[in-house]
Design a protein around this ligand. Sequence first.
Ligand code: ADP
Length: 265
Amino acid sequence: MSSGIRFDRVSVAYGRTTVLDALDLTVEPGEVMALLGPSGSGKTTALRAVAGFVRPASGRVFIGERDVTALPPHRRGIGMVVQQYALFPHMRVEDNVAFGLKARKAAKSEIAGRVAEALEMTGMAAYAKRFPRELSGGQQQRVAIARALAVRPGVLLLDEPLSALDAQLRSGVLAELARLHRELPDVSILYVTHDQVEALTLADRIAVMDRARLQDCGTPQRLYRAPRTEFTASFVGNANLLAVTVGGAGTVSFGGFELKADTGE
Ligand code: ADP
């Protein structure tokens, strides 16, 4: 199922504090949009508004053509992965992955097929009978991704999915996510991170957040070459510190990762 995400002037407040201020943002079907910004800028709140875990004070959220603002999370067609993988420790990998499907009361044969497919897709098929404690952090996060994919979501919400991993595991899972994006061209991905390299590596476009507001949004190339605000310049510019190499054909790499191709924006 192919469905984008649209925030239509979405505001969220806790008490008197506005933590998301009239966000207007569209994630196209099949696109990876990174929400990039410092801690506390409102990124997770935006993602949770799509998931249905926070109710906007005003504005509307659309997934595909559907206004989902008032729908409960399980009816939104989303898969979600959070920082700490949050697997059930007493369940085998295959049962963790099946969890969302069982909750939706899918038929047994369908569950088995989808679990196998999701584990295959994330390279975890050989670990189906293991318990989470028998896996590395990177493998556990792959299982969490498999669990999100098993429901065949139109939209995948990833909240700092690499931040609990050490550097080596992080680049492995990052490469895995890039591959999944190529294999699942219909799935829209909203990717929350404070890490410029992750955003620049994975995203088709980056939405830069600061203090509850969207500051800038564009392709990695555009943000890097022609930031619209000083904040974007300083924030994206920090990636300069991370070994930037400009190749012969105008390609730009950060810390060994090649930047996504310029789409002419
Ligand atoms: P980010 O993901 O960019 O780090 P968040 O969206 O998590 O930012 O948080 C934005 C702001 O909202 C922060 O100031 C945070 O303290 C506040 N906040 C988040 N969740 C809650 C909550 N449940 N109750 C009160 N304040 C919250």
